[in-house]
Design a protein around this ligand. Structure first.
Ligand code: MN
Length: 328
């Protein structure tokens, strides 16, 4: 997914003494285009930049594709981050410049590590009538942000217990470990709870956690979430308690150790400095060759050309007139 948010909300400083649980309410962000699909964004927010290395949480749908036009995101670049796609309903066709052509389907994770640079397109398939899911980004640590781009797909087997069903797509939980490679420790789990269920789950106490509520009513450690909310939980607890309301619950549980590095995040790029972002933008713009050359105008360069891409590439927006500030 491409980030067209022109108002990235630089975060306020965190008060001394460290934050407790933080409930992040979503804001609506249109993705652009004539019949733009709108997403609910909870990260980054004014209050917070990271949960572990997770730095971007977009939640969307269920959307009637006949009304929204579905997802049509033409080739665009990424650097310094990994994208994690998780669908509840629908199907998205992914093409990237590392040579991957894959489908994103419900219950199956697609992780694309941009490393030094990748470009990709994401288009909901013609058979998709309802689109519903989450698009997540992870900041790459310093040691990995210039790696070669790569792509992994995994369909986790559900793990079930009294009142719950979980799909561990990244990291380890409930005795299950995802085989997907990540450049820093991460947790990514889809959690389904039966109505009225009360479930205690052992978690890594060194991790920050985030709970994104998709459907139903849910309290986590006595904090009540509304659908669309993202609850950020500080490290320290070895068990988290999830209590479902009278409707079935679907949530995503994210986690990871505090990231501890400053980043500059702008459009689809994560760098460490303003100049990193300026260089990435210039190198992408240099790939927007004349129409008719290369693939519908896109020529090869740092970000490559997605395999079989059949949409013209997305030009970068103008940089703001001020230096981009690091976030932590
Ligand atoms: Mn993208």
């Amino acid at each position: 997914m491409s980030n067209l948010d022109r108002d990235p909300h630089p975060p306020e400083p965190v008060p001394a003494g460290g934050p407790g649980p933080q409930l992040l309410r979503p804001r609506d962000v249109p993705l652009g285009g004539p019949r733009a699909m709108t997403v609910r964004r909870t990260l980054p927010s004014r209050e917070r930049t990271f949960i572990g290395a997770w730095c971007f949480v977009d939640h969307y749908g269920p959307d009637d594709v006949a009304e929204t036009g579905g997802m049509v995101v033409a080739p665009h670049p990424h650097t310094g981050l990994a994208t994690v796609s998780w669908l509840f309903t629908g199907e998205i066709e992914h093409r990237d410049s590392a040579g991957h052509h894959a489908m994103v389907r419900p219950g199956e994770v697609n992780l694309m590590t941009a490393g030094r640079g990748i470009s990709h397109s994401e288009v909901s398939t013609p058979g998709t009538t309802v689109l519903h899911g989450a698009q997540l980004w992870v900041a790459l640590p310093e040691a990995a942000r210039d790696t070669a781009p790569r792509f992994e797909h995994h369909a986790p087997d559900p793990v079930t217990g009294e009142g719950y069903e979980a799909r561990v797509f990244l990291g380890s939980l409930l005795g299950v470990t995802s085989p997907v490679t990540t450049d820093s420790p991460l947790l990514g789990v889809e959690l389904l709870l039966e109505p009225g269920a009360a479930v205690e789950i052992e978690v890594d106490p060194a991790h920050e956690h985030g709970v994104l509520l998709d459907a139903g009513g849910l309290a986590v450690d006595d904090v009540v979430l509304a659908p669309g909310d993202l609850l950020a939980l500080p490290p320290g607890a070895a068990v988290r308690r999830f209590v479902a309301g009278p409707a079935p619950v679907r949530a995503l549980l994210l986690g990871g150790p505090p990231f501890g590095e400053e980043i500059v995040m702008w459009w689809n790029f994560v760098g460490r400095t303003h100049d990193d972002v300026v260089a990435a933008r210039e190198q992408w713009q240099a790939q927007l060759g004349p129409e008719g050359e290369g693939h519908l105008g896109l020529v090869d360069g740092r970000f490559g050309v997605p395999v079989g891409a059949d949409l013209p590439p997305v030009p970068a927006p103008a940089l703001p007139g001020v230096r981009l500030r690091p976030r932590r």
